[in-house]
Design a protein around this ligand. Structure first.
Ligand code: ADP
Ligand code: ZN
Length: 605
C-alpha cells in the first residue's frame, strides 16, 4: 500500500467510527491526503460543503493537537460541542472564558489531552510563541480565511498577523478555508499566510437546487405577501428574512407575528440571551421564520431552510450568496428572493463610504447592482463572479424562466475582447466602451489607444448600449475585473474562446422585465415516512431538552430522515444510519429504536 492508500483507508475507518459517515464528499479526501502529508492547503468550499472535516480528519490521523483559528466565538463553541458529542476531545479558547476555565484548557493542552483547539486570532497571537517547543501541534487551520485579505468583503486586520504562524512553524502544515472569495482574494490568502506551494481545492459554488429571483421592492405590503406565500407553501419547514437594519428586522417580525406566524427577530443589538433564545427557537422549529440582519446565520447548520428572502439589496455578492446558501442545504428544492430599491443603494453607499475601505466596498456594491439589474442568467453571473466557468443558462432563475429578448452578440463580444487585448488589457469597462465607439478622450490619446485597430470599431452602436453589453460580458465571465489593477478588464479563458469563435454569446438589449417568481412546486418531505419522521423529531427534541443542548447536535434532520426510511430495529442496523457514529449509537440508539418499534406496533405498517 502507498502512503496515500494508507491515509485513505485510515481516514475512512475514522470517518465511520467518529462521524458515522460512509464516504467523503467531493474534494475532501484529496485535501485530507495533502494535509496529512504535511502540505499547506487552500480550500474553497461553499457553506455546508464539509470544510470542517478537511482539518478535523488530518488532526485525527496525526499525533498532536490541531489549532483552529476562527473569528466567531459562537461558531467555535458549536463546533466543539459537535466534536465532543462525537467523542473527539476538543476545546475552545477565547475571551469569554474565566481565567480558571482558560487555565484548565491550557493545562489539558500541555498534557496532550486535546485533539482540536479552537482559538480566536487575538488569542493565538498572545500564546503562539510560548507554544512553540512546548506543545505538539500537528497543523493549523485558518477558518474564514478570506478575512485576511483586504480584497475580501470581510477584512479583519488582526488576521494579517497570522502570517507569523509560518514564520514560527515553518514545517507545520497550514490549511486555509473559506466559503467565499473571488479569485483575487483567494490568491491573496495564500500570499498573506506565506503558504508554501499550497494544495488548492476550489469546490463548485453551484447550488442548482436553489431558485434565484430578484425583484424591485414592491413596498411593504407586497413584500409581506411574498413572504406569506413562502410560509404557506412550506408549512413544515422554515425560512429567513434578511433585513438591512435592526429596525427593519423588528418591524418585519412584528408584522408577521401580528398575522399569526411563528416569527422571531435576530440582530446584534439584542442581548446575548435574547439572541440565543431566538436562534434556538428557530433551530428547534418553534419558530418557522427568523427576520434578521447579517448578524444571523454563521455556523447555522439547519438543513430544512426552504427559502431566504432579502428585503434589501446586499452590500456585496459574497454576503448575498452566502446568505442564499443557507437555504436548501439538504439538496431539496429551495427558493431565494431578493427585493432591491434605490433607497437601499443610497444606504449601502453611505455604509461603504464610512467603512474605511471605501474603494473596495464601493466596487463590491457596484458589482451587486450589476447583478440585480442584469438580463443575464443569475447563476451564470454569480458563478462567473467566483471565476467558475458556467457556460449555459441554469433554467432555475427569474431570468431563465422569463428571458429578455436576446440576439447573437458574438461579433460585439469579439470586438470588445479584441479591443481589450490590443490595449494590453489595461482599460476598464467605461474606457473600453469609449474606445469601441471611438471617443478620443485625452487619457485615451495619451495611452495611444486611439491608434489601435479596433478604435471606433463599434461606432455603429451607441455608447450606452456598449456599456450595457460590456456589463453583460462581465456577467457571462468573458471579462474579469482586476480590482487590484485599477479595475482593468482582463480577458478570461472563456473570453478567448469567444474571440476565436469557439463559443457564441447571446446579448440582450432590453432592460430586464419585472420578473416573475421562479417557483418550486415540489414538497420537501417524503410523505411515506412523514409520520415516523415527526415522531423521531419529537423524541430528539425531548432528549435535547432533557440534556440541555440543541436538537441538531443529537442528530441532523438528514440523519432522522434516513432513520425514518431504514427503520432500524437493532443497534447494528442503527449504526448503519447516515450520520450515526459509535458514540451516538451507544448513547441514543436504544431510545430511537424503541420509538421506531412503538410506531410500527401501533400498526403504522
Ligand atoms: P462547512 O464548514 O463547509 O459549512 P461543515 O463542515 O459544517 O460545512 O459540514 C456541513 C455538514 O455536512 C455537517 O453536518 C457535516 O457533518 C456534514 N458532512 C461533512 N462531510 C460529510 C461526509 N463526508 N459525509 C456526510 N456528511 C458530511
Ligand atoms: Zn438562470
Amino acid at each position: 500500500m502507498t502512503d496515500n492508500d494508507l491515509i485513505a483507508s485510515n481516514a475512512l475507518a475514522l470517518l465511520k467510527r467518529f462521524y458515522g459517515y460512509t464516504g467523503f464528499r467531493p474534494g475532501q479526501l484529496e485535501i485530507i491526503k495533502a494535509v496529512a502529508s504535511r502540505r499547506d492547503a487552500v480550500v474553497l468550499m461553499p457553506t455546508g460543503g464539509g470544510k470542517s472535516l478537511c482539518y478535523q480528519m488530518p488532526a485525527l490521523l496525526a499525533d498532536g493537537c490541531a489549532i483552529v483559528v476562527s473569528p466567531l466565538i459562537a461558531l467555535m463553541d458549536d463546533q466543539v460541542s459537535a466534536l465532543i458529542a462525537n467523542g473527539i476531545p476538543a476545546a475552545a479558547l477565547h475571551s469569554n472564558l474565566s481565567d480558571a476555565q482558560s487555565r484548565t484548557i491550557l493545562d489539558k493542552l500541555a498534557r496532550g489531552y486535546i485533539k482540536l483547539l479552537y482559538v480566536s486570532p487575538e488569542r493565538l497571537m498572545l500564546d503562539i510563541e510560548r507554544w512553540r517547543g512546548s506543545i505538539d501541534i500537528c497543523l493549523f487551520a485558518i477558518d474564514e480565511a478570506h478575512c485576511i485579505s483586504q480584497w475580501g468583503h470581510d477584512f479583519r486586520p488582526v488576521y494579517t498577523e497570522l502570517a507569523r504562524i509560518k514564520e514560527l512553524f515553518p514545517a507545520t502544515p497550514v490549511i486555509a478555508l473559506t466559503a467565499t472569495a473571488d479569485r483575487l482574494t483567494r490568491d491573496d490568502i495564500a500570499a498573506q499566510l506565506k503558504l508554501n506551494k499550497p494544495f488548492c481545492h476550489i469546490g463548485s459554488f453551484d447550488r442548482p437546487n436553489i431558485s434565484l429571483t430578484v425583484r424591485p421592492n414592491p413596498g411593504k405590503a407586497g413584500r409581506i405577501a411574498a413572504i406569506e406565500r413562502f410560509i404557506d407553501r412550506y408549512p413544515d419547514d422554515s425560512g429567513i428574512v434578511y433585513c438591512l437594519s435592526r429596525a427593519g428586522a423588528e418591524t418585519m417580525t412584528a408584522e408577521l407575528v401580528r398575522r399569526g406566524h411563528k416569527a422571531v427577530c435576530y440582530h446584534a443589538g439584542m442581548s446575548a440571551a435574547a439572541r440565543i433564545k431566538a436562534q434556538n427557537d428557530f433551530l428547534n422549529g418553534d419558530a418557522s421564520v427568523v427576520c434578521a440582519t447579517v448578524a444571523f446565520g454563521m455556523g447555522i447548520d439547519k438543513s430544512n431552510i426552504r427559502w431566504v428572502v432579502h428585503n434589501n439589496l446586499s452590500p456585496n455578492i459574497e454576503a448575498y450568496y452566502q446568505e442564499v446558501g443557507r437555504a436548501g442545504r439538504d439538496g431539496l428544492p429551495a427558493e431565494a428572493l431578493m427585493f432591491y430599491s434605490l433607497g437601499d443603494l443610497h444606504t449601502l453607499k453611505a455604509f461603504a463610504d464610512e467603512s474605511g475601505r471605501q474603494l473596495v466596498n464601493r466596487e463590491k456594491l457596484d458589482r451587486m447592482l450589476r447583478y440585480v439589474q442584469s438580463p443575464v442568467c443569475r447563476r451564470r453571473t454569480l458563478l462567473s463572479y467566483f471565476s467558475e466557468i458556467y457556460d449555459h443558462d441554469c433554467g432555475n432563475c427569474d431570468i431563465c424562466t422569463n428571458p429578455p429578448h436576446r440576439f447573437d452578440g458574438t461579433v460585439a463580444v469579439q470586438k470588445a475582447v479584441s479591443a481589450s487585448i490590443r490595449c494590453c488589457e489595461r482599460v476598464g469597462a467605461y474606457s473600453l466602451a469609449d474606445i469601441l465607439v471611438g471617443i478620443a478622450r485625452a487619457d485615451i490619446r495619451a495611452a495611444g489607444f486611439d491608434k489601435i485597430k479596433t478604435f471606433g470599431a463599434g461606432s455603429d452602436i451607441p455608447l450606452k448600449r456598449w456599456n450595457d453589453y460590456i456589463s453583460q460580458m462581465i456577467q457571462y465571465g468573458i471579462f474579469e475585473i482586476a480590482y487590484n489593477e485599477a479595475n482593468h478588464l482582463k480577458v478570461t479563458a472563456y473570453g478567448r474562446d469567444a474571440l476565436h469563435g469557439k463559443v457564441a454569446v447571446q446579448l440582450s438589449d432590453v432592460e430586464p422585465q419585472a420578473p416573475k417568481a421562479a417557483g418550486n412546486k415540489q414538497k420537501s418531505t417524503a410523505p411515506h415516512s412523514a409520520g415516523l419522521l415527526s415522531r423521531l423529531k419529537q423524541l430528539r427534541k425531548a432528549i435535547a431538552t432533557k440534556e440541555g443542548f440543541p436538537p441538531y447536535l443529537i442528530f441532523s434532520d438528514a440523519t432522522l430522515d434516513d432513520m425514518s426510511r431504514r427503520r432500524p430495529r437493532t443497534l447494528a442496523q442503527f449504526a448503519e444510519v447516515y450520520g450515526v457514529g459509535e458514540k451516538k449509537c451507544a448513547r441514543f440508539g436504544l431510545a430511537f429504536i424503541e420509538e421506531i418499534e412503538k410506531f410500527i406496533n401501533e400498526d403504522n405498517r
